[in-house]
Design a protein around this ligand. Structure first.
Ligand SMILES: [Zn+2]
Length: 315
């Protein structure tokens, strides 16, 4: 869809074909099929045609350097292979297309933020991989290379002068990378839930007063999640009065996702999205950009994203 047809009030779907070419090897759960599963389900749900489909542009090196150190970016480029894969840690590997995908994934959040700030879309979902919330300032880990949500946050601060950005993270894993980058910056409030104790074994001791980390025991249910959101997240978000809401949207806390042991279902993702839409309506002129993080059971991922996006479209 060309830019001229983009209307305000719509939900943008920002992605790029390169995100399907990053591949960490046969059997790896963070696989290209995740994006295909999301697309299939959005088509089946009748939502696909109602979204504003926008191609991401790659983030610039300067945009990524707002949150990552230059030597780290140089090292990634040096280790990027022409063929095959290079293992960076036991979970995380780089192939010939990884960095191109990573720059486009980070660029998707920037493109989405621009569309929303410029009134060309009301909100946006970024269908991207590699994910980002484990990537620290100078370290790739947990399937993540660039911290996409942090890149988007600091783009909003640098380009639009925003002073209060909320980052919501409902992935089953703690967003240690986002905390590493954003802790102590009072322009950002990060609220999260995560299974604990569980990979990456952090988050129980927040690294800054702008971090509202809520660890959850294994087998916690959707009802438990809703109580945390109602009693902890929403009062903090209202007190913060965000000008923009960014979501680290991981769907691996789903009951059917074997990666974690929490019990959320599609209705819980729809519900939390509705709560965040209300906060956005009240404080941030409806501005929300959601970026895909985890979610590894392909059916549950597709169904959960469809419900999340359905609520974003206002249905
Ligand atoms: Zn995760």
């Amino acid at each position: 869809m060309s830019n001229s047809t983009i209307a305000s009030g719509a939900t943008a779907y920002v992605s790029h074909s390169s995100c399907g070419m990053h591949d960490m090897g046969k059997g790896h759960p963070e696989c290209p099929a995740r994006l295909a599963a999301i697309q299939d389900r959005l088509i089946a749900a009748g939502l696909w045609d109602y979204l504003l489909h926008v191609d991401a542009e790659p983030a610039t090196r300067a945009q990524v350097e707002r949150v990552h150190l230059a030597p780290y970016l140089d090292e990634l480029a040096q280790r990027s292979p022409a063929v095959g894969t290079v293992q960076l840690d036991p979970d995380t590997a780089i192939n010939a297309y990884t960095l191109r995908a990573a720059y486009h994934a980070a660029g998707a959040g920037i493109r989405a933020a621009d569309l929303v700030m410029q009134g060309k879309a009301q909100n946006a979902f970024c269908a991207i991989r590699p994910p980002g919330h484990h990537a620290e300032r100078d370290k790739s880990m947990g399937f993540c290379f660039f911290n996409n949500v942090a890149v988007a946050a600091y783009h909003l601060i640098a380009e639009y002068g925003l002073q209060r950005i909320a980052i919501i993270d409902f992935d089953v894993h703690h967003g240690n990378g986002t905390e590493d980058i954003c802790a102590g910056d009072e322009r950002i409030l990060m609220v999260s839930i995560f299974q604990h104790p569980f990979y990456p074994y952090s988050g129980d001791q927040p690294k800054g007063s702008n971090m509202l980390n809520v660890p959850m025991a294994r087998a916690a249910t959707g009802q438990d999640f809703r109580e945390v959101v109602s009693e902890r997240w929403l009062p903090a978000l209202r007190a913060f009065a965000p000008e923009f809401i960014l979501i680290s949207a991981g769907f691996d806390a789903h009951l059917e996702d074997d990666m974690g042991s929490l019990g959320l279902v599609e209705a819980d993702y729809a519900w939390v999205t509705r709560q965040l839409m209300k906060i956005a309506a009240e404080f941030s002129s409806h501005r929300i950009v959601s970026l895909l993080e985890g979610g590894y059971d392909l059916s549950a991922l597709g169904r959960s994203v469809a419900e999340h996006v359905r609520v974003l479209t206002g249905e």
